[in-house]
Design a protein around this ligand. Structure first.
Ligand SMILES: [Zn+2]
Length: 171
């Protein structure tokens, strides 16, 4: 399986304090967007333990994001930090890596769709409660949304299976 690199925006860091030892990256500017105390503490230790690493996008990737979001119209809805996060993912892809952006920001997700970089929301979509289905990794038991499109676990690479859950069973 191809090794995945995760690129985190602020919503990903605030929404999940549960990062594994895989390659998680963010940029300096995202750190200054984290205001709540708990997330700050979490982030500090994650940075110290190198569970989250810092990197910067290159100029050519920033220019590419700018031109794409100008033609899609999303440039007005994206902050400079958002664009840098996307540009960092582009840089990783340019270097032959396989980035996944973790973000709950709809405009970022839209731009990522256009440039064909996979993304993942942190917050669980509400539809799962109605469907009563989840996907779960056979190996490490990580839970995925029922519409998760990959067959392999992003953490351990094991197969992901569909499992029916009881109504109101919390994830
Ligand atoms: Zn797994």
């Amino acid at each position: 399986m191809e090794k995945k690199i995760f690129v985190l925006d602020a919503s990903a860091i605030i929404g999940s304090h549960n990062f594994h030892d895989s390659d998680n990256f963010t940029i300096n500017e995202v750190i200054s967007e984290i205001k709540d105390f708990k997330s700050k503490l979490f982030l500090q230790s994650a940075l110290e333990e190198r569970r989250i690493k810092l990197d910067e996008p290159d100029e050519e990737d920033l220019r590419k994001v700018e031109s794409i979001t100008k033609s899609s119209g999303d440039i007005l809805r994206l902050s400079e930090v958002d664009r840098k996060v996307i540009a960092l993912a582009l840089k990783f892809r340019r270097k032959g890596l396989s980035p996944v952006v973790l973000t709950d920001d709809y405009t970022m997700q839209n731009t990522l769709k256009i440039i064909k970089i996979p993304f993942k929301s942190i917050l669980t979509p509400g539809i799962e409660e109605i469907l009563n289905w989840i996907k779960i990794c056979k190996g490490c038991k990580k839970k995925y949304p029922s519409d998760y499109k990959f067959d392999e676990c992003e953490i351990c690479g094991s197969r992901i299976i569909k499992r029916k859950i009881k109504k109101n069973n919390s994830l």
